[in-house]
Design a protein around this ligand. Structure first.
Ligand code: FES
Length: 80
């Protein structure tokens, strides 16, 4: 059971969200923590959703989830 949980956590953070630009879930989460608070800002930083666009809704869902999980001290930082 523990092994299954570890595998689930590992794959959920290392899955590719954007195949055009090889962007993974963890990179989007890191970008949100670094201050990129919306898809436009994350797209400028990582290139996600800037080619075919099929990843846009999934990337947005990851951003929304990451925003919901930010601690109050992390919400004060915005990327320039
Ligand atoms: S899969 Fe992300 S732009 Fe194509």
């Amino acid at each position: 059971m523990l092994l299954l949980l570890i595998i689930l956590i590992y794959t959920s953070t290392t899955m590719y969200v954007c195949l055009c630009h090889a962007v993974r879930t963890a990179e989007i989460n890191d970008a949100v923590v670094a201050g990129h608070r919306d898809l436009e800002s994350v797209a400028k930083k990582l290139g996600v959703a800037t080619s075919c666009g099929t990843c846009a809704s999934h990337a947005q869902a990851i951003i929304d989830s990451a925003l919901a999980n930010l601690s109050p001290s992390e919400t004060q930082y915005y990327a320039a």
